[in-house]
Design a protein. Structure first.
Length: 730
């Protein structure tokens, strides 16, 4: 009975991929390639169309689903830098030594664009593609022929920049829905992983817990990155009812992430009773059901339908039966269970709210959307600051630029010496797409590139051996470009297959009908040489994570200290448009962003040489404690925002201040703590002293949270100090 269900799920997953924003973006890019190449072919001939198509391909890497503002200026560098480099290579085609002297410094300057981070990396690829594909074009007859070929290249590049800018405007509304749907899918995956935590026995071995915690941390990092991409797109100019609706749904997703984080609280205590297993299993099932509801809203966004109204899960939560017998704290255990159920109930409330917003049954909070507009989006302007700041020998972008330059120079020289030297560009191209800033990223692409090239060579050989007419080849080129661009950051093996077909068919077309026969073994050999060189040079001037991770830990601790300061004050409980609330939201974003960067760095360090690895166990403890701290802060914030009338404000004011001071000190590694925990903490941390949080005063529960915050902060300081001493050790 499993096979039909599995087939149904796979077909659903495939449909979600086909309707995703990255596939839409890939199809848009491919359509631009088809239209521009086809028109140029009709008007100027096959040779012009071949060169123009290269210009289009060079400008495609930076073309992603993006805000309308700045789209043109983001694409323009690929065209402006690509045209002169394409021309220079054409002019030096017959002079291998001079071409090498151009290729090496140009590679260095191109890879320096990595200083701009995610915005700069596609420009690196575009600039290198301009030179590599120009090497694939046969030598032209004199300077006039090189200029003509470059003009056709520039024509294709210029037309694509204009096309892509217009296409992004046309597709902007669709991109917004798709981006939000992808964010909801990431949230649903995180909810299911959290549901597994509910039924993980507290007495389980740490080795059994570690894989699940690792998955949880990675999914948190993925959701953080996806949320920022969604902010950039959905919060731009929310000046229509539909845009405001989608932006409001994104705001709800942010709140759901916080409630999901708070579900980490008190799990070990509740797991301690074997009698709670059935109730925890029920809680897990409800959370999985909520994740399915979230996915249904995402599917409705992808299909352009209204989602079904969702039922609140609070009645199911209230029906759960809990065993109060845990360590003698019978009433308190039942109250902890009710608190956990309430946090899941908060998730259910928000899921119902998202569906109501999608159905038009709830109105978006315009003030909240305006508060977030332009404050939480990434900059779209090019600044010289990253380029100026990169000139330090320990700067990873500079070291990677030097490393890539040496690899490309070596590969070019080796390619000239090989018997099939006419295909030296293929070795260089392989290095460009495989060599990355870290060993982990390079290894991730290495095997996929080899397998993809083998499969792609077979497919391209069959296509070219069929002597297909130019129009059919253009269609093949279009499809290959769509797949390669859409899945470049998702499934690189498929991208490698499509890119190989794209490169070989493109090379055939620019050779104006030359023989379609080529040696697949030579291409595979070129690929093996390329990935071997990329792998070997990834150890040259390496930027091991050990040298960057200490700064990431410091950033994460500083972000949490700032977040705690703004969360542990009564003054921040004001209207959403007020400055304290805005500052709190900015601090929350930085907190999640910094932890996401630390998670990713820790993951990359796992494949580095053991002697160069940072103290991964200590890093893992810091991450775990940090997320525990965020969960406690979220609980405190929720009580201050939603249950303020049931708190004795005069009693918690001083503990809030003292806790904030403690966290400020504790989150500075190496600083000795001077503040003492308030006397009220001792009482509040005795579970039997706690009253029913749903029927009476919440002050003891608030004091308990503050006490737990203090304890976690002290443990986090110890972990950070241990981490620092191990990193500093030779």
């Amino acid at each position: 009975m499993q096979a039909p269900h599995s087939l149904h799920q796979r077909s659903k997953d495939l449909l979600r991929i086909l309707l995703s924003y990255y596939v839409t973006n890939g199809m848009s890019a491919a359509l631009g390639l088809f239209l521009i190449s086809g028109v140029v072919h009709i008007l100027l001939g096959a040779t012009a169309a071949g060169a123009a198509s290269i210009g289009v391909i060079v400008c495609i890497p930076p073309d992603q689903a993006a805000p309308k503002k700045g789209k043109f200026w983001h694409l323009l560098p690929a065209a402006l830098l690509g045209v002169p480099l394409f021309l220079a290579v054409q002019l030096l085609h017959a002079r291998p030594l001079a071409l090498g002297l151009l290729l090496v410094p140009a590679t260095f300057l191109a890879f320096l664009a990595g200083a701009w981070g995610k915005r700069g990396l596609p420009i690196v690829v575009s600039v290198m593609f301009a030179m590599v594909f120009s090497m694939a074009v046969p030598p032209q007859a004199g300077v006039a022929g090189a200029v003509d070929s470059s003009l056709y290249f520039g024509l294709g590049a210029g037309l694509y920049v204009l096309y892509s800018t217009c296409a992004n405007i046309v597709l902007n509304g669709r991109y917004r829905s798709q981006m939000l749907a992808d964010t909801l899918m990431a949230l649903a995956r995180l909810m299911r992983t959290q549901a597994e935590q509910f039924v993980l026995n507290a007495s389980a071995d740490k080795r059994d817990k570690a894989p699940l915690i690792g998955v949880l941390l990675r999914q948190q990092a993925v959701l953080t990155e996806q949320l920022q991409a969604a902010r950039d797109l959905l919060l731009e100019s929310p000046n229509s009812a539909r845009r405001q609706q989608l932006a409001a749904m994104l705001m709800v997703v942010l709140e759901m992430r916080d409630h999901l984080m708070a579900c980490e609280l008190d799990l070990d205590t509740l797991h301690a009773s074997a009698g709670n297993y059935q109730a925890m299993q029920g809680m897990s099932d409800i959370l999985v059901s909520l994740s399915v509801d979230v996915e249904r809203v995402a599917d409705a966004l992808l299909l352009g339908h209204l989602p079904a109204a969702l039922r609140n899960c609070r009645p199911q939560l209230a029906a759960l039966s809990w065993d109060p017998r845990v360590g003698g704290h019978e009433p308190a255990n039942a109250m902890l269970a009710r608190g956990l159920a309430n946090r899941v109930g908060n998730l259910s409330d928000e899921a119902v709210r998202i569906a109501a917003l999608a159905r038009g049954e709830a109105q978006p909070d315009i003030d909240l959307i305006r508060t977030n507009w332009q404050m939480f989006v990434s900059t779209t302007d090019w600044s010289w600051r990253p380029f100026v700041s990169v000139w330090r020998w320990d700067a990873p972008p500079l070291r990677h630029a030097v490393r890539a330059t040496l690899a490309i120079g070596f590969a070019y020289a080796l390619g000239l010496a090989m018997p099939w030297g006419s295909h030296d560009y293929w070795i260089v191209l392989t290095i460009v797409v495989v060599l990355r800033g870290s060993l982990a990223q390079t290894l991730e692409r290495r095997n996929s590139r080899v397998a993809g090239t083998v499969i792609g060579c077979v497919l391209a050989g069959l296509i070219l051996a069929s002597h297909a007419p130019p129009l059919v080849l253009l269609l093949v080129l279009t499809l290959a470009q769509a797949v390669a661009h859409a899945l470049a950051l998702r499934v690189y093996l498929v991208t490698a297959v499509a890119a190989t077909v794209l490169g070989l068919v493109q090379a055939h077309m620019v050779n104006a009908g030359a023989s379609p026969v080529f040696a697949e073994l030579e291409r595979v050999a070129d690929t093996l040489l390329g990935v071997s060189i990329a792998w070997a040079f990834s150890y040259v001037l390496p930027s091991w994570e050990r040298h960057q991770i200490a700064a990431l830990v410091a950033r994460a601790l500083a972000a949490q200290a700032r977040y705690a300061q703004l969360s542990l004050t009564l003054g921040q409980v004001q209207r959403m448009e007020n400055a304290p609330e805005l500052a709190w939201r900015l601090a929350r974003r930085e907190c999640y962003d910094s932890l996401s960067a630390l998670v990713n760095a820790t993951q990359r360090a796992l494949v580095e040489p053991r002697a160069e690895q940072p103290p991964l166990e200590a890093s893992g403890r810091i991450l775990a404690r940090s997320y525990q701290l965020l969960a406690q802060l979220t609980s405190v914030k929720t009580m201050l925002m939603l249950r303020r009338e049931r708190l004795q404000l005069e009693r918690i004011a001083q503990p809030l201040l003292q806790t904030a001071q403690t966290l400020e000190e504790a989150l500075q590694p190496g600083v000795a703590l001077t503040t003492q925990a308030p006397a009220d903490y001792a009482l509040a941390n005795e579970l039997e002293q706690l009253s029913d949080p749903f029927e009476s005063d919440l002050t003891p529960w608030m004091l308990r949270r503050l006490g737990l915050l203090t304890g976690i902060a002290r443990q986090l300081q110890q972990d950070a100090n241990a981490f620092g001493s191990k990193v500093a050790a030779p």
